[in-house]
Design a protein. Sequence first.
Length: 135
Amino acid sequence: LQYSSPEQARRTLEDGLERSAGDPDLLRALFALLRQQQAASRALALSAELLDRQPALPPAARQLAANARAAVLLEQGRWPEAAAVLAGLAPTGDAAEDRRTRILRADLHRLEGRFAEARAALAEGGPAPHADLLR
């Protein structure tokens, strides 16, 4: 579906938000598609909408939406806004998103020239899976 009709794929995923906005798999697929389509403005609008939802999304889904927003903001050079999004995030227990948050924080520090803080952000979660293979 994504390759035959990208717009239909996007609409289908966005329609799913009405029933399953807290589903991390749905959010991952939607933000990945928006990234592939280079639809940064749509990703920013959608992430803002999700983060403002009441009742709030479950913590893992909220973190995923915040990470997607921070990634777009970093790509656009909007570092202070990305920092504000990342500052409000705490680990949720979702290993992939917790790692992504640490990577985004490290990238922000790197872009700001704060290399020691970038290394510290990466080290927060302990060694990466299979880190022993990199030795």
